[in-house]
Write a protein of this length. Structure first.
Length: 165
């Protein structure tokens, strides 16, 4: 289900989750199907590192990752993720998970990103956010979206790269 079809069906824009007309169970099924399909599409990583660390790297990736996953350091990284999503929302409509509401409040988005796993939908693309990780994953971005994400990420001190599969 696309943003446009959600808006057309519900006539909602800018409402908080729970205040818009809730989708019927068929609508939720369509959204879940779309989520599952999007997970099969090409993806890019938004990360604190400029590229994928090669297997067998002589560095100490896991020790460094553990360092960044602790306390204030992780909160600072998550704030960069939140900033990226909110800045992206200035240019693109977003919805969260299977919620029918389009463009929930910035405060709600930030709170949810800090506490739980989220599917952030924008058009035919999705950003996967986890509260306890140093990266975001972007599935199926169109070229314009990918360029916009690269620009915003750069401003936040983050990098966008395609993993070696």
């Amino acid at each position: 289900m696309t943003m446009k079809s959600l808006i057309e069906r519900n006539g909602t824009k800018g409402e908080q989750p729970g205040t818009a007309e809730q989708p019927e169970s068929a609508g939720i099924y369509e959204m879940n199907k779309t989520l599952e399909e999007l997970l099969q599409y090409p993806y890019w990583i938004i990360d604190i590192l400029p590229s994928q660390v090669p297997a067998g790297s002589p560095g100490q990736y896991f020790a460094v990752e553990k360092y960044f996953l602790q306390g204030k350091r992780l909160r600072k990284i998550k704030q960069k993720h939140i900033n990226l999503v909110l800045k992206l929302n200035c240019y693109r409509d977003i919805s969260i998970d299977e919620q029918a509401a389009i463009n929930p409040s910035p405060e709600w988005i930030a709170d949810e990103m800090r506490k739980r796993f989220l599917y952030i939908m924008t058009g035919e693309s999705m950003i996967l956010s986890e509260p306890d990780d140093t990266h975001l994953t972007v599935f199926n971005p169109d070229p314009q979206l990918l360029e916009l994400i690269r620009q915003i990420a750069s401003g936040e001190g983050l990098f966008v790269w395609k993993p070696d599969i």
